[in-house]
Design a protein around this ligand. Structure first.
Ligand SMILES: [Fe+2]
Length: 207
């Protein structure tokens, strides 16, 4: 019997309904009352200020719920239960017709997105294989070619509900295609471990 090994996969954690409806509603209200800045590349995308996880009571509640998930995800990345801290949080409001261009998050190890509204299927977060990866640069993209984890260039987050969260390595490129539905609201954050150790040589990180 032949065996196929999925070598060096990239983890992405999905936590369904991580935030309860009450917290989701309260966060949406807080965003509605907050001062927002328009995205540099899309006038239909705006962000609240980037702040620390203890900036307000609702963010503290989110941080308490997300914390154990960061530890769990950190085991996948580094094989150990490390101390994790969210270092910044912000929210994104994407109006109909808006999009978010492809990007990754710098100076961070784990990033997360929590959905605070329904997301029209056209605007589900798309994760993109690094186009600069050291592998074949030939593609076989036809209407009939079967796509799987070894040849797909993109992965679209399926069936998103308010309160759901995704965690992913911060280097992973992602984007939001043009939103063909209603207003879409997300909370995003970046997280770092307190320290990493390679045979006694350690590096420490602080917010
Ligand atoms: Fe992002």
């Amino acid at each position: 019997m032949d065996e196929v090994e999925g070598l060096f996969p990239v983890p992405l954690l999905r936590a369904r309904k991580l935030l309860n409806d009450g917290l989701v509603t309260a966060l949406r209200q807080q965003i509605r009352d907050a001062h927002t800045q328009t995205n540099a590349r899309s006038g239909l995308l705006s962000h609240t200020q980037i702040v620390g996880p203890d900036a307000n009571e609702l963010y503290r509640q989110v941080t308490r719920v997300v914390g154990p998930k960061l530890v769990e995800f950190g085991v996948l990345l580094f094989g150990d239960r490390l101390g994790w801290a969210i270092k910044e949080m912000w929210t994104n409001v994407l109006e109909a017709g808006g999009s978010q261009s492809m990007h990754a998050h710098a100076n961070s190890f784990v990033s997360g997105i929590i959905y605070l509204s329904p997301s029209h299927p056209s605007a589900h977060t798309v994760f993109v294989r690094n186009p600069g990866a050291s592998e074949f640069t030939f593609r076989h993209n036809t209407g009939t070619a079967q796509m799987g984890p070894f040849n797909a260039g993109k992965w679209v987050t399926p069936d998103i509900e308010p309160g759901d969260m995704v965690l992913f390595p911060s280097y992973l490129l992602h984007e939001v295609p043009r939103n063909q539905g209603g207003q879409r609201i997300t909370l995003a954050f970046n997280a770092i471990p307190d320290r990493l150790d390679s045979w006694g040589y350690t590096v420490s990180f602080g917010p």
